[in-house]
Design a protein around this ligand. Structure first.
Ligand code: PEP
Length: 249
């Protein structure tokens, strides 16, 4: 039986004041104990979040990490080792905004995944197609290619040490959500692809859905057999809504 994961990606949002009030709200939530919970704040606020959330079931994660774990001359970057050292448990890798706005290739994503595993972080591998690719009937091919680079390097067992987040690019931050059946189809396709390589491990891989998850659509999405929770962007900036999403899982 897979545990569900509900994760919040705060992206580049927050000030000291708004982060404090969000943390206060998060600390007032009634968290379910059958769900893994995580927030990924801007790295500047990670330490503060860890301190304020101490004693809460929420894990803290990074939104990205450098492609190498070793210290080095990579101005502006934060390594997986530093995230782990700070107390993080997770790190997002290959978020579509990193891929499209910062030119992250599958090869860079592979290196980041490797760095995360090497440091004991659970990488959340984000995959998903654009609207153009979906309309062209290329969803399985695009998602398959994004997965293949990780599977070739780490196998299904390596992937199972992390999490897969299926995030159709057309549903991220747009208010458009994949219908539960539509998302389930892709999640089932991903799991079937993993099962062809290693059925036992494939059943253990957490595959979460991301793309305009909200309190009012979470329950239907999470009820799908291959949807193991959600990666939540905008709605994770509201503590009550994030709490409600977690309780829907
Ligand atoms: C995300 O950033 O991963 C995301 C899914 O964002 P949103 O929930 O705002 O669509």
């Amino acid at each position: 039986m897979r545990r569900l994961l509900v994760a919040g990606n705060w992206k580049m949002h927050g000030t000291r004041q708004s982060v404090d009030s969000l943390l206060k709200g998060l600390n007032q939530q009634d968290w379910p104990d059958n769900v893994d919970l995580m927030i990924a704040p801007p790295s500047l606020y990670i330490q503060h979040c860890l301190e304020r959330l101490s004693g809460s079931p929420l894990y803290v994660g990074g939104q990205s990490c450098a492609y190498q774990a070793e210290p080095g001359a990579l101005t502006g970057e934060i390594s997986a080792a530093q995230l782990r050292d700070a107390g993080c448990e997770f790190v997002l890798v290959g978020h579509s905004e990193r891929r499209s706005l910062f030119g992250e290739t599958d090869e860079v994503v592979r290196k980041k995944f490797a760095a995360a595993l090497a440091c004991g972080l659970r990488p959340v591998l984000c995959v998903g197609e654009t609207l153009e690719q979906r309309d062209a009937g290329r969803t399985a091919e695009v998602v398959g290619t994004q997965l293949k680079v990780i599977l070739d390097a780490f196998g299904v067992g390596g992937l199972a040490q992390g999490v897969v987040a299926y995030e159709p690019v057309w549903a991220i931050g747009t208010g458009l959500t994949a219908e539960p059946d539509q998302a389930q189809d892709v999640h089932a396709m991903i799991r079937a692809r993993l099962a062809m390589l290693d059925d036992e491990q494939a059943q253990l891989v957490q595959i979460v859905y991301g793309g305009s998850v909200k309190a009012d659509n979470a329950e239907a999405l999470f009820a799908m057999p291959d949807i193991d929770g959600g990666l939540v962007g905008g709605a994770s900036l509201n503590a009550d809504e994030f709490g409600a999403i977690a309780r829907a899982a």
